[in-house]
Ligand binder design. Sequence first.
Ligand SMILES: N[C@@H](CCC(=O)N[C@@H](CS)C(=O)NCC(=O)O)C(=O)O
Length: 275
Amino acid sequence: MENSSERPGEVPVLYHNDMSVCAAKVRMAFAEKGVVFDGIHLDIRAGEAQHPDYVKLNPNQVVPTLLHRGQVIIESNVICEYIDDAWPDRGTGALRPQGALDRARMRLWMKRLDEGMHAMTGVVSTCVAFRHQHLARKPEDVQAWLDKMVDSARRERMRSCVYQGLDSSYFVDGVRRFDRLMAEFDQVLGQSRWLAGDQFSLADIAYAPYLVRLHHLGLDDMIQSRPAVRDWSERVLDRPSFKAGIADWFNSKYLTIFERERDQARKKAAEILST
Ligand SMILES: N[C@@H](CCC(=O)N[C@@H](CS)C(=O)NCC(=O)O)C(=O)O
């Protein structure tokens, strides 16, 4: 990809992580625009997002963080809109619908991630897979990671997910909430090609990493059993920007854990959804 339009010193810098869903959506938005960024990869499982130097940029101790023209921008949905504003005509063009109503719909879907679905992704990912990375570390290191969390609700959630896995009550809640979301997608996608109407938008980009995460975790029966959602998911995952921004970043260490754990997770999710 060319980066010829960026003046020296204006190349965006992205603090990110290969398997982070929030960072992945930002990379996909950059790929749609054909804008190349300088990446700084953080090992979030090892607590690098809690490092004091990074916390000065992002007090929430999370990735992604964007630096552009000497300014810091945090929050992946905000960063995605910033990318569309800062490079309006690049690549595939506008990533937000023109119409006021479709644009409002786009924002509602994106807001939904911030209002709980993203946290639920952390829950299901940790219960199925990430807990095994934590359990392989020294217990005092895991405790230190939990203790440093600024958000006490997140700390308790993560403690349960790491130590109770598929038996955590948070897993039950997470699976049910994803299934309800897919049912809502099904209704909308029965009537329009993309989440916010007839134009591919940041809403579709925002959910792309979550769709693939459900596949990785063995929780994709809720997608496959709904043809409109399945077809939309295939359209999103077929885009070159999905490959460049997300699939090319898959970390084989994580894929091995997903593969090992997903059958059990699929079985447990089916049990949860049958009751
Ligand atoms: N609302 C934030 C959420 C960011 C977030 O939760 N990022 C996760 C990765 S997807 C993270 O950095 N977690 C740090 C950790 O696990 O220590 C956003 O959209 O940017």
